[in-house]
Design a protein around this ligand. Structure first.
Ligand SMILES: *Cc1c(COP(=O)(O)O)cnc(C)c1O
Length: 355
């Protein structure tokens, strides 16, 4: 497994130690003699896992003791596209449209109220981030997507507003320092920087809830999940456990600030080579480039085949662009090593001598 350079956009690479500990827990979970797959989600062992994961998920973002609650729920980030308006929409919400995932969030919110798209980068195929976003009008909340996994763009400034600020951070949470405490609701599918697929993390400031008069189905109601300590129904026990293992790993690395240094190095190296070589180009506007998902394409179609072949030879996998964009995409999530990025830049340099 070690020699493969896996740039998967999600489910993403996780640290080797996380795989090893998770594998061990399937056979014998913390010396209980039982598999983690076969213990009750209400057992004291699992409740301890869940509570540590909820606590650590907040602490790593500096959000403990600040009125936030963390939930690990099923349904993926896509479920939150719906759950957010159910809980927060009274009449009107503002959305920033920066790509496929934002567009999907907008569609779901429109089922429950009026959506005002206050900024969009659709005019240039979502290749940039709209700047100086300010929402002064009275809206129930403002929603944006901090990192656009498919188009490879990332917010470096947050929208300014007095309304509750909601952010889909599926692909860059825990990858960098950010104005986390200015966000009122953060959600993320776990399968990019948190853990394995099948669970999502929702971090919400409790004071923004309970304002809509809508009848909220229980499974969609954040307050219901909070009241039940994130155990309204059977939790995704194994996925929550991998999240905990990965969050512990992140803490051991020195936390978000420390991993950000590594992530900056990886992204800088790859973008530098992309900028340097004239037969390849990045697809996102330079100032908005994502440090998690690097989207690029070759200027000539026939180079794709050469690149694909070199990737096979060098065990570089899962690097195709999203089917809606084409080209290539290297996802540089927390567990992707600098060595893997170097393997990729070596291939790109090699192509220079072959064309
Ligand atoms: C992957 C992704 C999603 C979708 O997540 P699911 O868990 O598959 O629903 C939503 N938003 C962003 C930003 C993503 O990267």
């Amino acid at each position: 497994m070690k020699d493969i350079h896996n740039f998967c956009a999600g489910p993403s690479l996780l640290p080797q130690t996380v795989y090893e500990q998770a594998a061990h827990a399937i056979l014998n979970f913390e010396n209980t003699g039982m598999s983690i797959l076969s213990i009750s989600h209400r057992s004291k062992e699992f409740v301890a896992v869940l509570e540590e994961a909820r606590q650590l998920s907040l602490a790593l973002l500096g959000l403990d003791q600040k009125g936030y609650v963390a939930l690990f729920l099923q349904g993926g980030a896509s479920m939150e596209f719906l759950r957010v308006p159910y809980n927060l929409m009274q009449q009107k919400a503002a959305y920033v449209n920066t790509g496929t995932w934002s567009s999907k969030a907008i569609e779901q919110a429109q089922l429950l109220g009026e959506v005002q798209v206050v900024a969009s980068s659709e005019d240039r195929n979502f290749s940039y981030i709209p700047k100086n976003i300010r929402v002064e009008e009275a809206v129930d909340y403002v929603h944006f997507t901090s990192n656009n996994t498919i188009y490879g763009t990332q917010f470096y400034d947050i929208p300014q507003t007095k309304a509750p600020l909601v952010c889909d951070m599926s692909s860059d949470i825990y990858s960098r320092e950010f104005a986390y405490d200015q966000l009122d609701l953060i959600y993320a599918g776990a399968q990019k920087n948190i853990g394995s697929a099948g669970v999502s993390l929702i971090i919400v400031k409790e004071e923004i809830l309970g304002k809509t008069k809508r009848v909220i189905p229980q499974l969609l109601d954040y307050q219901e999940h909070i009241a039940k300590d994130s155990l309204y129904h059977t939790a995704n026990v194994f996925a929550v456990y991998t999240c905990l293992l990965n969050l512990r790993w992140l803490k051991q690395q020195g936390g978000v600030a420390a991993i950000e240094q590594v992530n900056n190095k990886k992204a800088a190296l790859l973008y530098q080579v992309i900028d340097e070589l004239d037969f390849v180009s990045g697809t996102a506007a330079k100032e908005d480039r994502s440090k998690m998902n690097v989207a690029f394409r070759f200027k000539e179609e026939q180079m794709n085949r050469l690149f694909d072949q070199l990737c096979v030879e060098n065990q570089i996998v899962n690097i195709k662009g999203h089917r809606s964009v084409g080209g290539y995409r290297a996802s540089l999530y927390n567990a992707v090593s600098l060595e893997s990025v170097e393997a990729l830049t070596t291939v790109l340099h090699q192509m220079k001598t072959l064309v």
